[in-house]
Design a protein around this ligand. Structure first.
Ligand code: PEP
Length: 251
């Protein structure tokens, strides 16, 4: 899987044009082997789903609120983005955790809600630089994963994509060394095994995210524990198509 997080970039007009060019360029054969998801800002979801209708490229939100409607000024519900045609939503991105105070408890509520609305969550977890330097990476991953998955059944976990995104690698140009990424993701798989059993640990889709670029993706996606990438900056231009091609070589 290659998922693009466009963050707060592109107007609806620009997003529509870009999504159309992705759809025109990626061959259908490649899309039959690599799951491609684009996550535009909420304001662009409608225009992007419209232009991607009938293609094998899925659309996701970057964030949802966990109620259908009500007095939640500025929020958008999962039901609303589902109605716009989204099939996925990112949940618990580190920017949401850091800038908007999202706790593990809120992430858990959003996960449950997304699943009730038939949206496939892309659950982000990852440690900060300080936590890594203090050798707390596994402690943080365990806390975030267990917190997010509280009350999530085996059947529900099958619909969740996990993205290991070390915070120090997001938007910094500093990509995790393949061994670092593989080690952390092996630990995530091990946690899934202890919580849900071996089969699900093997089947569970785990992405790496953090400064992925066409020139470093091949080394990452060829690793045993990595099933693809969640991409920020490099998903905003044609480089994204190259990332899908690279993933295709390993699919
Ligand atoms: C992200 O925002 O999820 C991300 C991985 O960003 P970038 O690729 O720009 O580091």
């Amino acid at each position: 899987m290659v998922a693009g997080n466009w963050k707060m970039n592109k107007t609806p007009t620009e997003a529509k044009l870009f999504a159309g060019s992705i759809a025109d360029t990626i061959p259908a054969e490649l899309l039959s082997r690599v799951d491609v998801v684009v996550c535009p800002s909420t304001s662009c979801i409608g225009s992007v789903t419209e232009v991607l209708y009938g293609t094998d490229i899925s659309v996701g939100g970057q964030n949802i609120f966990y109620e259908d409607s009500g007095a939640y000024t500025g929020e958008t519900s999962g039901e609303m983005i589902k109605d716009l045609g989204a099939d996925y939503t990112i949940v618990g991105h580190s920017e949401r955790r850091k800038l908007f105070g999202e706790t593990d408890e809120v992430v858990n509520k959003k996960l449950h809600y997304a699943l009730r609305k038939d949206l496939r969550p892309i659950l982000c977890i990852g440690e900060t630089l300080e936590e890594r330097e203090e050798c707390e990476t596994n402690i943080v991953l365990e806390r975030q994963l267990k917190g997010a998955l509280e009350g999530i059944s085996t059947e529900q976990l099958r619909k969740i994509v996990i993205a290991y995104e070390p915070v120090w690698a997001i938007g910094t140009g500093v990509v995790a060394a393949p061994e670092q990424a593989n080690e952390a993701m092996a630990f995530v798989r091990h946690l899934i095994e202890t919580l849900y059993g071996k089969n699900l640990a093997v089947d569970c889709r785990i992405l790496y995210g953090g400064s992925i670029k066409p020139d470093n993706f091949d080394d990452l996606v060829s690793l045993e524990n990595i099933d693809g990438g969640l991409v920020g900056g490099a998903s905003l231009d044609e480089g994204f198509i190259e990332l899908v091609r690279i993933a295709g070589r390993h699919a």
